[in-house]
Design a protein around this ligand. Structure first.
Ligand SMILES: NC(=O)c1ccc[n+]([C@@H]2O[C@H](COP(=O)([O-])OP(=O)(O)OC[C@H]3O[C@@H](n4cnc5c(N)ncnc54)[C@H](O)[C@@H]3O)[C@@H](O)[C@H]2O)c1
Length: 438
């Protein structure tokens, strides 16, 4: 098939590349001319494992092209995916301004039989709104579908190529057939292709993210409680996880969820509920619990230094909102850095992939190092915010040598407290009893 993809961010670029890799001809469109120029030079503007090789291979085969010209991307396309950002507006609702601009821009170029598909996460009723707007702009009924994306940054290609399920929201079986054919190469292991109404499909995406976020806020709240009850969250987690009704997934305590999806999608669903006269009690609690959890590590650090961080040197390992991505949108590390800087600490940071994105925000207000260990020289403490594999088995002797004092605040529970005690570290993690050396 000939496919147009509008928006070449984390979702659009992966979508376009994976469809090209299954033999389709894909043209990706973006308004960001710099991004398109880089893609045309074979540079990948984001870090996503495996993406560079896949883009290179399909671009070389002539199946994957990048452009800023709407007509080039859209005029020939049988299917047009919309994958632009839908960030939160001030009141928490989804800001659809980019999406409506795209709908207006593509309308004059759309083939009459083209199917327009929203991959962006959009509020319930947006598909219907696009149908309406396209009819106004083109004077005819256009085929519009919803196809929410469930990929995880850091494992995006694997998730796209081997989805647990594909959800599509359609008004007619022929549109479902177009999308089923497109996804068939990715569903060879009989994972389901679920066709439903656009409204149910749009809702599905929000409900999936909101439930995952709920699990995280729940385990974080009980982790905080464990600390005050002489309990250990890992033991409790094991104790509950073997119950087949509960399981282990998404029940790891930490410093709160971040990224471009969970925070905004929880708020957008709450906003939809309020619009319909339903008080979103659970969603509000999930969001507020998360905001509070993002402060926990900073509070522990401040308490350790008796509230005085001025003149302290704090090393931060991990800046991306999760491992295997360079994405720092709404990342807990940003909240921590803000707090440390506001309190007058000198902050040295390291992340395997997200340094450029953090430098773009903070410039020379932080010290940046190329190796994790280099952040520790003379540090009063280390804060671990992202659970990169690189941090799991460090040389603790070297850490002890390089730090001014052996103090670690671990927001991801990477190390065994008993080990840290034996090594003479002060070690505070989440939902466990603190190890206080000396
Ligand atoms: N990032 C994820 O892991 C993920 C997962 C599932 C769903 N989603 C959803 O997918 C959507 C896109 O997310 P993302 O993380 O890829 O966003 P992103 O910000 O990385 O990318 C969006 C892209 O759209 C481009 N764009 C904006 N306006 C445009 C216009 N008028 N014409 C052409 N291009 C335009 C931007 O330049 C940018 O490159 C969002 O709705 C998000 O909620 C994201």
């Amino acid at each position: 098939m000939r496919i147009g993809v509008v928006g070449t961010g984390y979702v659009g670029l992966v979508t376009g590349t994976c469809f090209a890799d299954s033999g389709n001809t894909v043209t990706c469109l973006d308004i960001n001319a710099d991004k398109i120029a880089r893609l045309n030079r074979g540079e990948i503007p984001i870090y996503e494992p495996g993406l560079e090789e896949l883009v290179g291979r399909n671009a070389a085969a002539g199946r994957l092209r990048f452009t800023t010209d709407t007509a080039t991307a859209i005029a020939d396309a049988e299917v047009v995916f919309l994958a632009v950002g839908t960030p939160p507006a001030a009141d928490g609702s989804a800001d659809l301004s980019a999406l409506w601009k795209v709908v207006d821009a593509i309308a004059p170029h759309l083939h009459p039989r083209a199917v327009v598909v929203t991959k962006s996460t959009v509020p319930v009723g947006t598909c219907a709104g696009i149908e309406h707007r396209l009819k106004e702009r083109t004077g005819r009924d256009c085929r519009v579908a919803s196809n929410p994306e469930f990929l995880k940054e850091g494992a995006a290609i694997e998730d796209f190529q081997k989805p647990d399920r594909v959800v599509v929201g359609v008004r007619s079986p022929d549109v479902a057939d177009v999308l089923r054919r497109l996804y068939l190469p990715f569903l060879r292991t009989e994972n389901p292709f679920l066709a439903m109404s656009p409204e149910s499909s749009e809702m599905t995406k929000y409900v999936a993210n909101a439930l995952l976020a709920t699990k995280i806020s729940f385990i974080n709240e009980v982790a905080n409680l464990c600390e005050r009850m002489a309990a250990d969250i890992d033991d409790v987690r094991r104790g509950i996880g073997h119950d087949s009704r509960i399981g282990f997934a998404f029940l790891f305590p930490g410093v709160g969820y971040g990224g471009s999806c969970f925070p905004k999608d929880v708020q957008a669903l709450a906003s939809m509920a309020r619009d319909k006269g339903i008080v979103p009690r659970v969603l509000t609690a999930v969001h507020e619990t998360n905001l509070a959890q993002k402060k926990v590590l900073g509070d522990k650090i401040a308490a350790h230094f008796s509230g005085v961080l001025h003149g302290r040197k704090v090393a931060v390992w991990g800046l991306a909102f999760k491992p295997r991505t360079d994405d720092v949108r709404d990342a807990p590390a940003i909240d921590l850095i803000e707090r440390l800087l506001a309190d007058g600490a000198a902050v040295t940071v390291f992340d395997p992939e997200a340094m450029a994105n953090v430098r773009a925000i903070y410039g020379d207000r932080l010290t940046y190092v190329d190796k994790a260990m280099d952040a520790l020289d003379g540090a009063d403490c280390l804060a671990i915010v992202t659970e990169w594999g690189d941090f799991r088995h460090p040389d603790f002797d070297e850490m002890a040598r390089r730090m001014k004092t052996r103090v670690i605040f671990d927001g991801r529970n990477l190390y065994a407290p008993a080990d840290m005690k034996a090594r003479g570290f002060t070690y505070q993690s989440i939902g466990k009893q603190p190890i206080l050396a000396g």
